[in-house]
Design a protein around this ligand. Structure first.
Ligand SMILES: NC(=O)C1=CN([C@@H]2O[C@H](COP(=O)(O)OP(=O)(O)OC[C@H]3O[C@@H](n4cnc5c(N)ncnc54)[C@H](OP(=O)(O)O)[C@@H]3O)[C@@H](O)[C@H]2O)C=CC1
Ligand SMILES: Nc1c(N[C@@H]2O[C@H](COP(=O)(O)O)[C@@H](O)[C@H]2O)[nH]c(=O)[nH]c1=O
Length: 591
């Protein structure tokens, strides 16, 4: 199917919007960005899912001159299609993009099309969510003199914020992929008005209407895979295909621990679409062989649970998954935090039955206050049924991308909060392990009236907790730490003494500890030129000590830590960069 594009004056979709230079400016930008977002969704379900890109080109008088959307990965970019459609009207126009172009694999077609067409301004809904692509197309367009505005960064208002949200929603799977290590998962079920997904016999065909089931086919068409549990295979013998007459068909995935599954099942017919069975390592080897003989792929997991399975399919490149399982597996998936959105078809029927299954099994909640509240809930009537949908987890916002964004920018202005990459360091054997305080780089620091050598920054830092305290036990601590055989041992002594005998710790420790650390780091990086070079090579990146448990010096598991070690290193780097630019200036003056 050919990608759609629209030409000025020749399309019924021509839109007029009031463009004046002031008050309506934001409203106009918002409405064209929403239009780009809607457009970007037009290929959903027609091809294997991919990032959604739409582009609207508007003339200075507010008319749509051309539009386009990306049909499939590798086809002509939305921007190029819109430029072709707009023709001579591109010059001086504004291009609206729901998302910054990816320009993967060194392909710059999207940006080149806009530049060569003479587009004057580009409004971008959201930056590209993938770190390695983020900001590069924007930089490139700006370098060609195009004015680029990014919603939420250069321009802000309520209408623009709402438009930005549309852009986040339209690429929610990609954003989830960028922010978490699991695909975007949607749990769908059909239930009777009395909350049952089958009769107590297990019979479930059908609860929802034909119209609703066609909507399910569309949902399948927009997904990379559909998942069910073993019981649903045994009970329903489903096909799980998208039978609405067009487009893409998702892979079918069965999660079964026991592999106690039938020999004959619709899902084992892989002539049109593939099936993958995810199971527990070692389960029924003979049955695994049988499945393999049918062309069904079997993947074994050490621990078969929804999170492991989702992490695995994330690595296989899946963006979005539709869960069509019963309540047992649905509860397990919700409990492990992998379900992002719920779509429920509610049929005006009552089946009763105290043993009839419900959409979500045991979650261990005992009070209504523990209930999970959906957000951004939508209600829609589909034939006789009601469709209720909402998010269990919000689509992650892309701002900010770095921990302690404001503080980081203040410390090191070379770091751009919207475009920076993050360099994590933690263990000394990591790529940037030399940034760790445990790295084996002795430092010589003033101590009393003299200088002493410390085997690592950690030795020096830990010992300083007990310096200057008039107690022989504190002196012993200092010596014990100084002579500790390894940084780990020094840390162990320092931390346990601090916990067990807090009276031995100097009273001003909380006030001076950052300064102590800073002086030690400065000494380390000044003493070893190759470390200084390595630090300077990270300019522009945010440095984060990836300690999951130290929320003061480290970044924490979810970026909740204060990351003081990373901050001090960035401060030091900033000072070194300042020094080198001053010395470069002096050299050029001397010449
Ligand atoms: N109306 C609707 O929308 C739907 C209705 N149904 C109905 O629901 C009923 C089946 O529901 P239910 O029994 O809950 O079936 P599920 O689809 O939830 O299957 C449960 C099975 O999933 C497998 N499984 C693998 N890993 C896990 C895990 N970590 N946690 C939980 N299960 C795991 C196990 O298979 P194994 O035992 O093989 O190891 C388990 O027995 C049927 O009557 C069916 O018709 C089903 C889907 C949708
Ligand atoms: N009963 C029921 C649903 N059940 C789901 O649909 C699966 C059957 O899919 P297929 O074999 O492709 O038609 C079944 O195993 C279960 O996952 N879905 C709905 O939209 N409405 C319904 O009433």
């Amino acid at each position: 199917m050919a990608p759609l594009s629209f030409r000025l004056f020749s399309s019924p979709l021509i839109c007029r919007a009031t463009l004046d230079n002031g008050r309506n400016h934001h409203a106009t930008d918002a409405s064209f960005i929403r239009r780009a977002a809607d457009l970007s969704e037009m290929s959903a379900g027609l091809t294997s899912p991919h990032p959604n890109f739409g582009c609207v080109i508007a003339t200075p008088s507010g008319k749509v001159a051309g539009e386009g959307y990306l049909y499939a990965q590798g086809t002509k970019p939305a921007e190029a299609l819109a430029v072709e459609a707009a023709g001579e009207f591109c010059r001086g126009s504004t291009a609206y993009l729901n998302m910054e172009p990816g320009d993967c694999h060194g392909d710059h077609t999207a940006v080149s099309a806009l530049v060569q067409a003479g587009v004057g301004r580009v409004v971008v809904g959201i930056r590209h969510p993938l770190q390695h692509l983020r900001g590069s197309a924007i930089r490139e367009m700006r370098s060609h003199g195009i004015e680029v505005n990014v919603l939420g960064e250069d321009v802000q208002s309520k209408v623009l914020e709402d438009a930005r949200k549309c852009c986040l929603l339209v690429n929610a799977p990609l954003i989830h992929r960028a922010c978490s290590r699991v695909p975007f998962s949607l749990l769908k079920y059909a239930m009777t008005l009395d909350g049952k997904i089958a009769a107590s016999s297990g019979h479930a065909a059908w609860i929802s209407s034909k119209l609703s089931r066609t909507r399910v086919f569309e949902l399948r068409g927009r997904s990379d895979a559909v998942i069910v549990g073993g019981n649903t295979v045994r009970q329903d013998d489903p096909r799980l295909t998208a039978r609405h007459g067009q487009g893409h068909t998702p892979t079918r995935i069965v999660m079964s621990q026991s592999l106690d599954l039938p020999e004959k099942a619709n899902l084992w017919d892989v002539s049109e679409v593939s099936t993958i069975v995810a199971t527990q390592r070692g389960a029924r080897k003979s049955y695994q062989k049988f499945l393999a003989s049918k062309g069904v792929e079997v993947v074994e997991f050490d621990m078969l649970n929804p999170r492991e399975v989702m992490e695995y399919f994330h690595l296989r490149g899946y963006l979005s998954i539709l869960w069509e399982c019963g309540g047992t597996l649905a509860a397990s998936a919700i409990a492990s935090g992998v379900i992002h959105k719920v779509v429920a078809f509610i049929a005006p029927k009552i089946i009763g039955g105290s043993k009839a299954p419900s959409p979500v099994g045991e979650l261990g909640m005992v009070e209504m206050t523990q209930a999970l509240n959906l957000i951004d809930v939508c209600y829609e009537q589909v034939g006789p049924d009601m469709l209720v949908s909402g998010f269990l987890q919000p689509v992650p916002d892309l701002l900010p991308v770095i921990p302690s964004e404001d503080a980081t920018f203040e410390i090191d202005p070379s770091v751009n909060p919207f475009e920076s990459s993050i360099i994590f360091f933690y263990k000394t054997w990591d790529l940037y392990g030399s940034f760790s305080n445990f790295s084996p780089h002795p430092i010589r620091m003033p101590f009393g009236d003299d200088y002493r050598t410390w085997s690592s920054v950690e030795h020096y830092y830990q010992a300083n907790k007990f310096v200057g305290v008039e107690n022989p036990l504190a002196h012993d601590c200092v010596e014990k730490i100084r002579t500790a055989k390894s940084p780990e041992e020094a840390a162990l002594v320092g931390r346990s003494k601090q916990r067990q005998q807090p009276e031995l710790v100097r009273s001003d420790w909380e006030d001076v500890k950052i300064e102590v650390m800073y002086m030690a780091l400065k000494c380390k990086f000044s003493t070893y030129p190759h470390l200084k070079t390595m630090l300077l090579s990270t300019a522009g990146s945010v440095l984060v000590e990836a300690s999951p448990h130290d929320l003061f010096w480290g970044g924490g598991r979810e970026g909740e830590g204060l990351n003081y070690l990373g901050r001090l290193l960035m401060q030091l780097r900033s000072e070194y960069l300042g020094e080198s630019s001053v010395s470069a200036e002096n050299t050029s003056l001397a010449v």
